[in-house]
Design a protein around this ligand. Structure first.
Ligand code: ACO
Length: 334
């Protein structure tokens, strides 16, 4: 039996990718009954990026680009990875997983590969899973991607949903580190499956809840009860950050950055106010990228990382909530 030597986890590299194509509030107001003012006031969003399927863009191309950028940042190549975890609800196929196709594109075989389905919480779930697998001693380097091409699952006839979402990918390479104190020092991965009808993508008519409105009978597109999601998020967002701080004995002053899922500016502002989080510790990019589901926390992390705002030794708290309903946090000593 090999002896297990305790180890930690370091972030060896980070990367992200967004499509070139911009979809502004002005563009949306030509497609549906809405306005720039309504969208900005209710959500904080001015524009979002969307893939162009005619150019062959989709979840796979975005996720692959982000992973390649993270590998470049780490000075590594695909064959250096032992495992690839792709968090998404918009992978092109369910079999094979897009993780397998990302592995093929980056020449990573025989690295393991699988997708994680936890909606907007997906990247934080995946980073928690990867940290635990490295600490188990079985894996040395894992590529983690959070990516959604939500424009491929949005009903552009439903103005309450269409205005929120954009497409983006964020990725990190996690590697074994000798210091057991480095890496994820506390994690939350929870769900309340009873609340699933607030947010779902039906594939067949039997998937649609009995009390759903006729509008929600559109298969293959995201159905959302915005008010229910909002109420859930405002409470859970604050609770999961508080739980993470209480469990680790950390205070807001100890944390360099709270990297939060970009769902709606009002949800983030509510958590900031209730917990006394200062502006310079809560990064916001929802104005430019909208809600990119599993892509959002990784995209924020990468923009902070590339700007030198997350450094070795920093304490960083990643936090997200999403369909399921799921919620997750990950407290890191970088
Ligand atoms: N433009 C103009 N008017 C609109 C629009 C729009 N785009 N969308 C809705 N309205 C109207 C509604 O029809 C309603 O009109 P009525 O009063 O005549 O019925 C009015 O505006 C108010 O509608 P509400 O739904 O109460 O608006 P609200 O202030 O709740 O904002 C929103 C809606 C932005 C969707 C909000 O509820 C929200 O952000 N919820 C959270 C959504 C979220 O975070 N989703 C992502 C979850 S993460 C994941 O896993 C995918």
């Amino acid at each position: 039996m090999p002896t297990h030597v305790p180890c930690g986890v370091r972030i060896a590299g980070s990367g992200s990718a967004v499509p070139d194509k911009r979809l502004t509030n002005e563009d949306l107001s030509k497609m549906m009954d809405t306005s720039d003012e309504w969208i900005r006031q209710r959500t904080g969003i001015s524009e979002r990026r969307i893939v162009d399927p005619e150019k062959g863009e989709g979840q796979l191309s975005l996720a692959t680009a982000a992973m390649k950028n993270a590998l470049d940042n780490a000075g590594m190549v695909g064959s250096d990875l032992d495992l690839i975890i792709n968090a998404s609800v918009t992978s092109e196929m369910t079999c094979p997983s897009n993780a397998c196709r990302i592995s093929a594109a980056l020449d990573a075989a025989p690295a393991g590969a699988f997708d994680v389905l936890a909606a907007c919480s997906g990247f934080v779930y995946a980073i928690n899973i990867a940290d635990s697998l490295i600490r188990s001693g079985r894996f040395k380097s894992i590529g983690v991607i959070g990516c959604d091409a939500m424009s491929t699952a949005v009903d552009y006839d439903d103005r309450s949903v269409a205005i929120l979402f954009g497409d983006a990918a964020g990725a990190v390479v996690l590697a074994r580190d000798e210091d057991p104190g480095r890496g994820c020092i506390h994690q939350v991965m929870e769900a309340d499956g009873r609340t699933w009808p607030s947010l779902y993508i039906p594939r067949k008519t039997e998937d649609i809840p009995a009390n759903a409105s006729p509008r929600d009978a559109r298969l293959g597109t995201l159905r959302m009860d915005g008010r229910e999601v909002y109420k859930f998020a405002v409470t859970q967002f604050k609770n999961v950050i508080k739980e993470s701080l209480d469990a680790t004995g950390l205070t807001v002053d100890d944390v360099a950055q709270f990297v939060c899922h970009q769902s709606n500016i009002r949800i983030i502002e509510s958590a900031k106010e209730k917990l006394g989080l200062p502006d310079d510790k809560v990064y916001i990019n929802i104005d430019k990228f909208g809600n990119s589901s599993a892509g959002s926390v990784g995209l924020c992390f990468d923009q902070l990382w590339q700007a030198g705002k997350i450094k070795e030794g920093d304490i960083v708290v990643l936090v997200a909530f999403g369909g399921g309903m799921t919620w997750s946090s990950s407290v890191w000593k970088v």
